[in-house]
Design a protein around this ligand. Structure first.
Ligand SMILES: Nc1ncnc2c1ncn2[C@@H]1O[C@H](COP(=O)(O)OP(=O)(O)OP(=O)(O)O)[C@@H](O)[C@H]1O
Ligand SMILES: [Mg+2]
Length: 280
């Protein structure tokens, strides 16, 4: 599978106003972590972490600040190496020495990292340029996504001239334009106000429905995790195994009906309890 940034011939929007209960992800794990451990000096941050993200699945990882969520993504991007364990993609081990450009993962970092002196289009190209794509080709590929991402007309602006929500969309565009099948999103909406966050969550689900990405999403926010995900995983504060793996029924509407669905509060309460227990 290599859906990448290709648009599916038959997009199956399941999170819109009328979700389709039958639109299950394809069988098989796109991403699999087995027994991952990582310490900084004598401080273990991750120990025996195993998880899977199925092809076409959105899986959220929640956990307290400092529990190692960003560290886990750094292991996936290749910025850090695990002390123990294995990362697999499509059933095959990812070579430990493979750098970001050779891995099937595209990463959106926790902070807004647009370069203030680069125009928006040039910011959107950075990931491609780092991957060795010539600048002109990179610009052409990125430019195609501006309209579908609601960013038409911003190409020649600078980051300071965009709202926070628009900047996050540029960061997201920069991530997906790399054409990788797995997206790693670290708190993509963390710094936004509630209304903009809500808008971007809906936007993400809409745009996701037209693509084949598998997504591992990190968030502090239980409601966001439930709304966006097929499954929510809880990372314990003290290094150890995943402390909860909570499936979210696929037929819960993720648009206007989300908060009115009676299944949502018990799911949130369960996750809250798991997170409290995972702090012990
Ligand atoms: N390069 C590093 N060197 C030493 N310690 C580190 C390094 N990176 C992270 N840590 C430590 O590892 C722990 C986990 O950090 P990490 O950034 O992964 O947490 P997090 O779960 O992403 O937190 P947050 O929710 O606040 O973003 C923290 O105690 C942090 O200080
Ligand atoms: Mg973090």
């Amino acid at each position: 599978m290599n859906g990448g940034a290709e648009v599916r011939a038959d997009p199956a929007p399941r999170f819109g106003a009328a979700p389709r209960a039958g639109a299950a992800p394809q069988a098989g794990a796109a991403l699999e972590l087995r027994g991952i451990g990582k310490s900084f000096g004598d401080h273990p941050v991750l120990a025996d972490v195993s998880l899977t993200v199925g092809a076409g699945e959105i899986v959220s990882l929640v956990g307290a600040s400092g529990s190692g969520k960003s560290t886990l993504l750094s292991l996936l991007t290749g910025a850090l190496r695990p002390d123990t364990g294995e990362i697999r993609y499509g059933g095959e081990p990812v070579a430990p020495a493979a750098g970001g450009r050779d891995r099937p993962f595209a990463f959106m970092p926790q902070r807004d990292v647009l370069l203030p002196w680069r125009r928006i289009l040039d910011n959107a190209c950075i990931g491609l340029e780092v991957a060795g794509v010539p600048r002109r080709a990179a610009r052409e590929r990125a430019a195609e996504l501006f309209a579908p991402f609601g960013l038409a007309g911003t190409e020649a602006r600078y980051p300071r001239q965009l709202s926070g929500g628009m900047r996050q969309r540029v960061s997201f565009l920069r991530t997906v334009v790399q054409g990788k099948p797995v997206l790693l999103l670290d708190e993509p909406f963390g710094a936004l106000d509630a209304i903009t966050r809500d808008e971007l969550q809906r936007w993400l689900l809409d745009i996701w429905a037209a693509h084949g990405w598998s997504i591992l999403l990190i968030t502090h926010d239980i409601r966001e995790a439930v709304r966006l995900s097929d499954r929510v995983l809880v990372l314990p504060q003290r290094a150890g195994r995943i402390a909860g793996d909570v499936p979210v029924p696929r037929d819960i509407p993720r648009g206007d009906g989300f908060l009115l669905d009676g299944r949502v509060p018990p799911l949130e309460a369960r996750l809250h309890a798991l997170m409290v227990a995972a702090r012990a």
